[in-house]
Ligand binder design. Structure first.
Ligand code: PLP
Length: 376
């Protein structure tokens, strides 16, 4: 690897400028705690952005938000939860924290997200085998919304709640309705690599105020009403720090700019590479709006994908294969799965390109030139 060339990252943090003012406010007022004005204001700004009907609980991570969501929906030991297989492991891991079993469902080709057909097949089969799944974890992967209407229809038919994993999809929408507001419970992540960040953090979003209150109760050690510490359920320490929420407040001010910048990255790659038969892109279905958290391409084969990835690495450019599906992960090799090979192919042939909102035209041009050099 050439050390002379400055690294181009896959997706790096991009501060807006106001973050430090809100962090300083936390110091000036001594709200150095997992509660305080920044936490409240950050929650309000997420609500105002997503949908005025939602209630928001700011938490320490997206993973924690999924854990609480599952717990609130009553998932417990011995239960089964349906989960999109093509995702990051944090969509599935919290299911196991509760002693439940993830049952994996493959993707469809239009959005790369959970297939409504396989989801229905899975539900029918699990019920026939004696267990009705307790919940569905559906994911807007890379910011592309899943098939909202079709998935909701299946969930409704069997009366199974949906946890909408919007960790990668803050700023995406369908028909103008923002991601995070479609499921019974939605979750966001503010990890360092996401579209906006608090360095680490997450949020739980719901239209049901009782679910929000329950989330905050569980996230703050499940203290019952009493002058002493009284507990009638198991709690967690999952609330967001008021210092980090200050970063979040600053980031919310520039969220729309970050979405535009990521979408421009995608458009630039598309405009410059779409003419080549070797490179395929994932178009937005009608009325779908992706935040294009990561720009992804599909190559003709694993070999060509690797050739491109290694050529990029050679000039200090970070790229990454698409998520390895959960049903192919060693830790989940015994789990039930309903698959048709779709995500296996995506994993073999797909590559995430540098996608940060802070990349320059020069950076993007460099990426394009390396890719072209490997295919023509
Ligand atoms: C990042 C991510 C999470 C987990 O969020 P953290 O804040 O990192 O815990 C969950 N699901 C998906 C799809 C993610 O990309």
């Amino acid at each position: 690897m050439s050390l002379k060339e400055e690294k181009i990252w896959l997706s790096s943090p991009h501060m807006g400028g106001m973050e430090q003012r809100f962090v300083k406010e936390a110091f000036d007022t001594n709200w150095i705690a997992p509660l305080g004005p920044n936490v409240n204001e950050f929650e309000n700004s997420i609500r105002d952005y997503v949908n005025e009907d939602v209630h928001v609980a700011a938490l320490s991570s997206g993973t924690g938000a999924i854990h609480l969501a599952l717990s609130i929906l009553g998932v417990s030991s011995g239960d089964e939860v349906l989960c999109q297989s093509f995702t990051f492991s944090a969509s599935a891991n919290p299911i196991t924290y509760l002693g439940a079993t993830p049952v994996f469902v493959d993707s469809e080709k239009d959005t790369w997200n959970i297939s409504p057909v396989l989801l229905r097949e899975a539900i029918v089969d699990r019920i026939a085998k004696g267990k009705k799944p307790k919940a569905i974890v559906a994911v807007h992967l890379y910011g592309m919304p899943y098939k909202i209407n079709e998935i909701n229809k299946v969930a409704k038919e069997f009366n199974i709640p949906i946890i909408e994993d919007s960790a990668e999809a803050l700023g995406s929408n369908v028909n103008g309705v923002k991601c995070g507001s479609f499921g019974d419970i939605g979750i966001f992540s503010f990890n360092g690599n996401k579209i906006i960040t608090t360095s680490g953090g997450g949020a739980l979003v719901t239209k049901n105020v009782e679910i929000k209150n329950k989330a905050i109760f569980l996230a703050t050690q499940a203290r019952d009403e009493a002058p002493h510490y009284e507990h009638s359920s198991i709690g967690y320490n999952y609330r967001m720090s008021n210092v980090l929420a200050g970063i979040g407040r600053g980031q919310m001010l520039v969220l729309d700019d970050r979405v535009s910048a990521r979408r421009s990255n995608y458009q630039f790659y598309y405009d410059n590479l779409n003419e080549f038969a070797e490179i395929e892109f994932l178009d937005e279905p009608e009325n779908y709006y992706s935040n294009r958290w990561l720009s992804c391409i599909l190559t003709p084969s694993f070999e060509i994908r690797e050739k491109i990835r290694l050529a990029l690495l050679e000039v200090n450019v970070e790229s990454r294969p698409l998520w390895k599906p959960m049903h192919l992960q060693p830790i989940f090799k015994e789990n039930p799965r309903y698959t048709d090979g779709t995500s296996d192919v995506l994993f073999q042939r797909g590559l995430c390109l540098p996608s940060g909102s802070n990349l320059s035209k020069k950076d993007l041009t460099k990426v394009i030139n390396v890719i072209k050099s490997q295919i023509v």
